[in-house]
Design a protein. Structure first.
Length: 419
C-alpha cells in the first residue's frame, strides 16, 4: 500500500518563524483551528508567497482578496484543467483520474457546466424551497430538549443529505450513502480517522460509486428528460449524454461534494459563530429581515472551501512576484475572506455587514460555485425556522474539525436546546 508523507505538527507561532517556512497547506492548522495568524502574517509580509518545500512540492499561496479575484477571472493564464494538474495541490495519479467540469478549462468546461444550470434556476430553487422548509421544521421539532446532542449529524448532515437525495432523485432511505461517498472523495488520506488511507483505496470506492450511480443514469436516460433531477439533466444533456463511465463518475462526484460541504459546514459554523456572538443573534431576533445578510456573513466567516489550485500557463507577474509557467498556485479563500484591506474588522462576525455578498467563498469567474443559490437557500431556511420557534440553542462543546486542508469540515459540535 502506498505511504504518503505526513505533514509535520503545526508551528506554535506564526510571527517568529522564518517567512519562507510558513506552510498554510498543513492540515494540522485547520484540525486545530489555528490558521488565522499564519495567513495574517502572509497578508502583511508576503501576500504572494512561495513555498519551496512541502509534501506536495513547491507552490505559491495567494492570500489577499484582490489578488485571488485577479487569478480567478483570468482562466486563460491560470488553468484548472486536469492536464495541467487540476484544482488541488496534491495531483491525482493519471490512473485515478476523475474528469469533471471543475477540473476543465473552456470550451469543454462551459458546455458541461451549462448542462446542470436548469437545476439551479430560480424556478427550480422555488420548488425546492418549500421542501427544504418542511424538512427543516420537522427536524428541528424532533430534536431533544434540555439534553445534550451532536448538532452535526442530527441537523447539518441530515438536512444536507435530504437535499442531495432530492437533487439526485435518490431513495431517501439510502441518502446517507451519498454523504459517505462525498466524504470519501474529500478525505485527506493521511488522516488516521479517514475511512480510506491511500489514493488506490479512495479510487476503488469512487469506482463503486460510479457503478452504483451509473444504474440511475441509465434509467434516467431511458425516461423522458426532467429539469428537476441532476442525473436526468446530465443523461439527456447534449454535452454529457454520451459520457463514458469515468466522465459520469467524475461529474456526479463534484456535484455531490458541492452539495454536501458548503451547506453542511455553514449550518454548523453559523451556530458556532452565533454562540460566540450573542448580540448578533439578538439582531436577528429583533429583525428577521437580516437573515439573508447573516447567511452571507456565515459563509464568509466559515469559508467551507479553503482553497483551489490553479496552474500558470505562462510566466506572469502578480503582486510584484514572477510566477513561472507550470507553477502551482493556491488561492486561499479562507485568507481572502479575512483580508483587512477588503473587510472592516474581518475577524468579527457581523450581521448586516456592508456588501455582505462580497466574499470569495464560492470562488469567482467561470468556476464560481454552480450550486451557491441552493446552499444559501438551505441555510436561510434553517435560521428562519429556528427564529420562528424562538429556539434557545447553547453550544456545550466547541466544534471538532477534520484533518483537511481543502474543506473546513466540522465533524462534531455538542449543543443543548433549552425549553
Amino acid at each position: 500500500m502506498e505511504v504518503l508523507e505526513r505533514h509535520p505538527p503545526a508551528p506554535a507561532d506564526a510571527w517568529s518563524m522564518p517567512l519562507g517556512e510558513i506552510d498554510v497547506s498543513n492540515p494540522n492548522l485547520y484540525a486545530e483551528d489555528r490558521w488565522q495568524p499564519f495567513f495574517a502574517r502572509l497578508r502583511r509580509d508576503d501576500p504572494v508567497h512561495y513555498l519551496k518545500d512541502s509534501v506536495y512540492g513547491p507552490f505559491w499561496s495567494i492570500t489577499r482578496f484582490r489578488d485571488i479575484m485577479q487569478v480567478e477571472i483570468d482562466h486563460e493564464t491560470f488553468s484548472s484543467d486536469d492536464a495541467n494538474g487540476g484544482v488541488t495541490l496534491q495531483e491525482l495519479p493519471r490512473e485515478n483520474a476523475r474528469p469533471t467540469f471543475i477540473r476543465m478549462d473552456p470550451p469543454k468546461h462551459s458546455a458541461h457546466r451549462r448542462t446542470v444550470l436548469p437545476a439551479m434556476a430560480p424556478s427550480a430553487i422555488a420548488r425546492l424551497r418549500e421542501v427544504a422548509r418542511e424538512n427543516s421544521g420537522r427536524i428541528l421539532d424532533e430534536l431533544p430538549r434540555n439534553e445534550e446532542f451532536d448538532w452535526v449529524p442530527r441537523v447539518s448532515i441530515e438536512l444536507t443529505s435530504l437535499m442531495l437525495a432530492i437533487l439526485f432523485d435518490y431513495p431517501l432511505e439510502d441518502r446517507h450513502k451519498l454523504i459517505r461517498w462525498s466524504n470519501i472523495a474529500t478525505y485527506d488520506v493521511r488522516d488516521p480517522d479517514a475511512e480510506v488511507h491511500s489514493e488506490a483505496e479512495r479510487y476503488q470506492e469512487m469506482l463503486n460509486f460510479g457503478e452504483h450511480i451509473g444504474e440511475y443514469w441509465d434509467r434516467r436516460a431511458a425516461e423522458p428528460p426532467r429539469d428537476d433531477d441532476l442525473i436526468s439533466l446530465l443523461a439527456h444533456g447534449e454535452a454529457t449524454r454520451d459520457f463514458d463511465f469515468l466522465d459520469r463518475m467524475g461529474v456526479l462526484l463534484v456535484l455531490l461534494g458541492g452539495g454536501n460541504d458548503t451547506s453542511r459546514n455553514s449550518m454548523s459554523g453559523g451556530l458556532w459563530a452565533f454562540h460566540n456572538n450573542p448580540a448578533e443573534w439578538q439582531k436577528l431576533r429583533d429583525d428577521p429581515a437580516l437573515v439573508p445578510d447573516a447567511v452571507q456573513e456565515t459563509i464568509r466567516y466559515q469559508t467551507p472551501v479553503l482553497y483551489q489550485r490553479r496552474t500558470a500557463t505562462r510566466d506572469v507577474e502578480l503582486g510584484g512576484k514572477t510566477i513561472a509557467k507550470g507553477d502551482r498556485v493556491a488561492l486561499w479563500y479562507i485568507s481572502g475572506n479575512f483580508d483587512e484591506t477588503e473587510f472592516a474588522e474581518p475577524e468579527r462576525f457581523i450581521v448586516g455587514r456592508p456588501k455582505a455578498r462580497q466574499h470569495v467563498s464560492f470562488g469567482a469567474g467561470i468556476h464560481r460555485c454552480v450550486g451557491a443559490r441552493i446552499a444559501e437557500m438551505q441555510i436561510r431556511i434553517l435560521w428562519d425556522e429556528v427564529l420562528r420557534r424562538d429556539m434557545k440553542i447553547e453550544v456545550t462543546e466547541a466544534p471538532a474539525y477534520s484533518y483537511n486542508n481543502l474543506f473546513r469540515n466540522i465533524t462534531s459540535m455538542k449543543v443543548r436546546i433549552r425549553g
